[in-house]
Design a protein around this ligand. Sequence first.
Ligand SMILES: CC(C)(COP(=O)(O)OP(=O)(O)OC[C@H]1O[C@@H](n2cnc3c(N)ncnc32)[C@H](O)[C@@H]1OP(=O)(O)O)[C@@H](O)C(=O)NCCC(=O)NCCS
Length: 194
Amino acid sequence: MQKHVKLKDQSEVLIREMTRDDLAASLAFFESLSEEDRTYLRRDVTKREVVERRIREVEAGTAIRLVAVADGQIVADGSLEISSEEWKAHVGELRLIIARPYRRKGLGIRLAGELFLLASSARVEEIVVRMMRPQKAARSIFRKLGFRQETVLPDYVKDLSGTRQDMILMRCDLEALWSEMEDFIATGDWQRTQ
Ligand SMILES: CC(C)(COP(=O)(O)OP(=O)(O)OC[C@H]1O[C@@H](n2cnc3c(N)ncnc32)[C@H](O)[C@@H]1OP(=O)(O)O)[C@@H](O)C(=O)NCCC(=O)NCCS
């Protein structure tokens, strides 16, 4: 897929699937994130081998990854990771990360919506998100999308500085997410990012 999208402030980005050619740009995107943003990432994506692995997962069909591009640079990354274990093959794990200058412009919602569209074709029935407690913006956007907080595992994960953090898991059926997205479409949020 490839879509030109206008954000709330009228700036434009191109949303498209990530390919092998994005290796250097993707690495540059993750390296440009602030230390605070990187602290809560699950993997150290400033390492070339980690970014390479992310691309191999796309090629192997265990992840769908979209990037938003502006002026030739990646400004956001959205992923849906699908378990290769049969008992979880109907579950997709959503991850979003938007460059700071592009936040609060509707890009997170828009990337999530595009991933939900692709999730249906990948026969995903349910979406989960995992985050650490300090990630407040993440909790807000996922609540807005209709996810409900399901589980908190106290001190379960370590951030990149080695500090233990609570892990929060939220989940939602894809069908329910679609009716939330219909609300966004009806209330104009989606049109504003067309
Ligand atoms: C969380 C994140 C992806 C949101 O992306 P975004 O493009 O800014 O989100 P949107 O502009 O689509 O916001 C949609 C809604 O989410 C909520 N929201 C987003 N950021 C928020 C914030 N900082 N504080 C409160 N609510 C917030 C709002 O309800 C917002 O709607 P509004 O702007 O009309 O009020 C972005 O802040 C980010 O990349 N954070 C760091 C990485 C991360 O935590 N990722 C999620 C874990 S996988």
